[in-house]
Every structure is written in structure tokens, then in C-alpha cells.
Design a protein around this ligand. Sequence first.
Ligand code: FAD
Length: 516
Amino acid sequence: MEVAMVSTRASLLILILSLCSPYKFIQSPMDFGPLNLLPTTTTASSDFGRIVFHSPAAVLRPQSSGDISMLLSFLSGSSLSKVTVAARGAGHSIHGQAQALDGIVVEMRALPAEMEFHRGGEEGQVSYADVSGGVMWIELLEQSLKLGLAPRSWTDYLYLTVGGTLSNAGISGQTFKHGPQISNVLQLEVVTGRGEIVKCSPSKDADLFNAVLGGLGQFGIITRARILLQEAPQKVTWVRAFYDDFSIFTRDQELLVSIPDLDYVEGFIVLNEQSLHSSSIAFPASVDFNPDFGTKNSPKIYYCIEFAVHDYQHKNTNVHHVVEVISRQMSHMVSQLYSVEVSYFDFLNRVRMEEMSLRSVGLWEVHHPWLNMFVPKAGVADFRDLLMDNISPDSFEGLILIYPLLRDKWDTNTSVVIPDSGSTDRVMYVVGILRSANPEDGCSHHCLQELLRRHRRIADAAGARLGAKQYLGHHPTPAGWHQHFGRRWEQFAERKARFDPLRILGPGQGIFPRTP
Ligand code: FAD
């Protein structure tokens, strides 16, 4: 082992010298003793967004936390290089956040997919799963369901890694009830930018724990996470209701997130036939909604609320009765409420069906200029108007999600940034402009740049006028990030100086240029 370590260190030194030389590219796999370090791959230099393509010099396929620690210890102890390192989960970022130009990408999916489950007892002990940072949520769901358990808080799409979503927040229709995924973690194992392997939790090394949650990969690499579980329902009753008035739509959404019986609340804007069709792929009810979308010059748009109630079957709740009582309080368009019962697994995995449908017609691997924003409740109607001033409903391809979240479910000690609570509003909204731009349909470079410019205009105006904050954000300069964090900047920068002083980690976010 000693010999292997010495040879690994020598080889890392050669790697760094090669990265610093004008001839940066490693042409063939290099011998790094026990470290599985390979030349760059096309996967490591792209992501779901298909907007940024930054090629790393090398890719590490770690077999253990120790491999990552060895790499980071070496880099943080060497004054020779400016080499940076990015963890890559499933690569579902939009703007190259998991990329490392001329640096090293750590492929977290290569870590052995370990999952250990602990079932809580009668005396208030909780159930949880200890999982590797590179495990995808779909894998955790499949295994935990075998024990009748499941995580409480989700993302809409499950082919994302645990480490990847915990580095952002992880939100979906359950967030109003259980908080984001980062509020449902009990413990983490992290390899810091200094190469130290630390087990942290709210009671041990709490500052590292809080820094890493929502920390955009800036402080350490999450190699293991302890995720809170709950009993899993067998079935879910899934309801959709349509609206033609924005204020009634949001008023009903806010009513729904105040009802404890509900397990999921989301919503989306129905802009055109295509958005109605694509959003219906996974929803297996027969929907008889054929609205008039108006004309190009005078478009009419609609809104859809989605909610769901878990059905535990063995418990004596009459879910149909619950849904009926709730829907009687809603003010949707007449006869425009649809309800269907599906398995819990199919409900959680609903976006996979949309993915498969888009893949089958070549529309999954296209550009995705997405913009996600947290908007204070007081500004949500203005945000809607701003959005409509900047998009053409007839030609928009994709989906616009909009649903309420409750501020008090978010732990402000973590690194995630939400709008300042300037008022007593408990509610804030997330709006996701999930747009596709297909080069085959004529949206190549110039068109894509124009869409990105428009999104930036929306983000800047919403930030300045409404106090909105980007989620999964992209800011072209460190100054933009400074503004994003606002009064939280000092804390974020201080944590960076402590846990990754040479600024090795997370170069793709563009927050901290590497220290010379
Ligand atoms: P990557 O894109 O690989 O990485 C994201 C960031 O996290 C990078 O900065 C990377 O360096 C860092 N990182 C990755 N792994 C680790 C680790 N182990 N330790 C430390 N840092 C790490 N998000 C939601 O919240 N809710 C949704 O409903 C939702 N739906 C989505 C649907 C689709 C189709 C897509 C493409 C994305 C969706 N997202 C959603 C966004 C998604 O949560 C983020 O893009 C997330 O980062 C993706 O995880 P990943 O494993 O692909 O991470």
C-alpha cells in the first residue's frame, strides 16, 4: 500500500505538470497506481443543457471516498498548479456547473452504489438510508420500496444523483410539506477541498454540513448521505384542475398548501396545444379539455393545478372522500377537474415517461435554456406578466412550472439562497421555465443565444424589481454571484476560505476563480 501511495503521488505530480504545460491533453489512460484516472470523455464535457462544453484534462472514476481524498489532498498540498476539480453526478445541470475546463472531473456514478437501510422503531426513532453520493434517486426509491419505505421529499425527475440535488436543494410538489431534500438529510460524509474526509451532521461539524447543503459543490464532495425515510403509500390519487384566471389559480394553490391531508401540490401554465399534450403523457386520465388558445396576436393561456393524496390502503382513510372535500373548496373552471389513481412508483417516476416519449422523437438531447426562479408571493403576478412579455405562447416548446413553497420549511443556515423575507408572507413561489430549443427546428446558435439573453433579462428584472432569486442559477461573473448571495455572501465566502481555501472545487459554477 505504501509503495502504491508513493507511486500515486509521483504520478499525480506528473499529471499536474502535464496539466500546467502548454500540451495539456492526456492522450491515454495514465498509471496512477490505485487511482482510476482516465483521459477526458465527451460525457464529462457536456450536460443536459447542451449550452456549455468545457473539456476537462482528466476524469477520475473513484472507487471510494479515499480516492477522492487522495486527489484533493494532493492538489491542496501542491503549489504547482491551478488544477480544478468538479464532482459530476448525473450531469443534469444546464450551464456546465459540473464541468472543469482543463481540470479533473470526478465521476460520482463510478462510486460503488452502496445503500444501507435502517427502520425506525416504535419509540420515535426515525427510518433512514445511508447511500453513496453518486446513487440516483430512482435507485434509492426502487430499493427502499422493497422495505415499504421511501424518502419524503423528491425532485420531479429521479435520474439525478443524491449528491447533485443536495448541492442545490431538491424540490418538487412535496416541498411545501416536508421542505426541500436538503431539509431531509440527517448526516453527510464529505471530502473537503483540503482532502479531509469528514462525517458531519447538525450536531457534529454543523458548519460544514450546512455549507455543503445547497452549496453548489463549492466546499466538499458529498460521498455519502443519510436520507430520512417514511412509510411508503401503495397508491396515490392524482388530481388536475384547469383555470383561466391567474389570481384564482394562485389563490387555490395557496389554499391547497395549507391543507395537511395533501401530499403534493404543483402547477403549470398551459400555453398552447403542445404544452397541454406533453404534460398529459404521464397522466392516465381521459382529459376532455380543448380550450381556445386565441390567436398569435391575442393569445389566451390557461393554468393547471396538480395535487396528490397518498393512499396507504391499510390505514382507514377514505382518500376519495378527502379529494372530494378538498375539490369542493376549489374554484377551477366548471367540470375541469380530473382525478386518477396510480401506483406510488409510477407517480414519482412520471417524468421518465415524458423523457422516453421525447427521446423517441429525438427531442431529449436538444438545447435546454432553462431558467428557475424563487419569487416572493407579492411579486408572482408581476413575474407572470414579465414572463409573458418575453415569450411567445404559440411557439414556446417545453413547460412552465409554477407552485408555492413555504419559507419556514427551509433552513436558512444552509447555503441555499431564497428571497429575503421582506414581508410576513409564509408563501413564496418557484417558477421553472423549462424550455427546449431544437437545432433541427432551426434553433441553433443565434436563436439559442437570443433565448438565453431573454432569460437573463427576465432574471435581472425579476431580481431587481421583485426580489426574486435564481434556483440552479447561472451568473456570468463573480460579481453576479455576489449580488445573488446578497447579505449571505460574507458567510458563503468565509466557508469557502475554510473548507476549500485554494478554490479547487466547483469551477463550473464560476463563483470563485482558482487561487494562483
Ligand atoms: P450534476 O449536474 O452532475 O451536478 C450539479 C452540481 O452539483 C455541480 O456543481 C456538481 O459539481 C455538484 N455535484 C454533483 N455531485 C456532487 C457531490 N456528490 N458532491 C458535491 N457536489 C456535487 N431539480 C429540482 O430541484 N427539482 C426538480 O424537480 C428537478 N427536475 C429536473 C428535471 C430534469 C429533466 C432535469 C434535467 C433536472 C431537474 N432538476 C430538478 C435539476 C437538478 O436537480 C439539478 O440539475 C441537479 O444538479 C442534477 O443532479 P445531477 O446529479 O445531474 O448533478
